[in-house]
Design a protein around this ligand. Sequence first.
Ligand code: AMP
Length: 394
Amino acid sequence: MSGHLAGTDAGLPVLVLNAGSSSLKYQLLVPETSHVQASGIVERIGEPGSDVPDHRAAITVMSERLREEGIDVDALKPRAVGHRVVHGGSTFSDPVVIDDDVVARIRELVPLAPLHNPGAVTGIEAARARFDVPHVAVFDTAFFATLPAEAATYAIPRDLARQHRIRRYGFHGTSHHFVSRAAAELVARPVEELNQVVLHLGNGCSASAIRGGRAVETSMGMTPLEGLVMGTRSGDVDPGLHAFLHRELGMSLVEIDRLLNSESGLRGLAGVNDFRAIEERIEQGDADAQQAFDVFVHRLRHYVGAYMAQLGRLDVLSFTAGIGQHSARVRAAVVGGLEHFGLSIDPQRNATRSSDARVISPEGSPVTVAVVPTNEELSIARQAAALCRETEPA
Ligand code: AMP
């Protein structure tokens, strides 16, 4: 669909906004050509001492910065504004054109994503007040709406789970969707024929198993805390840990939440969450950094193995995001010793630096191992543009 240039809009950019509670990331890009006209971030929104009191002011700051770069975004009128929204609950399994009802329903999901959805709502409201064009919400959970019930269900009392919408939702869906399609293009096979595992390894990390283009498993759960070891998040821990920390250390729920979300993961193990720093310290023989790396990789291999068993057959394993795209050491460690499962890496291909999607397994491998750069903004821009075309009056 993306090859079809509709009418007068072709070549006009889409403004993609990713509003957090105190930041607004923006990118102005043309979906057909992937050309990025401008991008940036407004930070410290609403923080003490900041001169950006709220998201409306942040949009004004963004517009001023764009004007300094020679772009009058109000006069230009983007074709659409695409909003990244973290949590779509069970309500949204596809992108939607935003109206008042959609905003109300995103607000209803705040209890499920208290750190993320409030920022998205205020960002959407500020942008709608400023830009009189279609606004589209693209949800991070949407790609995982297809998870089978047995993968989405926690083994807790059924009625409680139903009543309070407690289930596994999955996150980073825009990236897993984008990368699985790009990987299919890379191996020149229809996505419908492929069994894939995608490893999104950035500050947040998640794995997914994808059968015929549809997600059947993912490592993040009701919140983005479950699963892999991340920059500052623990990923999987014994659920009994919470009771222990409360009972033995007197920690409050807020403190436990902060511990597991912000002070754990690579930061908890090695004191830093930046993977480049971890690798530099490994080079210098630092034992904590080495252990952080080992725990990170061990958890990844655990998920790769589990997903191969769920899929029954694996065709493509893709690495993406900051760590996945750049750390040859991680890729080699994750795939090492799995030849019996059809997985191997060509060291030279793995060491080659490139910003393009590329195969790093040897020629003729049963499983193709690939590095596939993700591009969530482009994916959001394309989905927003496609939805606007569909809903255009004839
Ligand atoms: P992202 O959230 O996708 O921007 O990824 C951020 C993570 O990628 C951070 O942990 C970075 O340290 C890591 N990263 C970025 N570039 C490199 C690199 N060249 N080598 C290793 N890790 C990297």
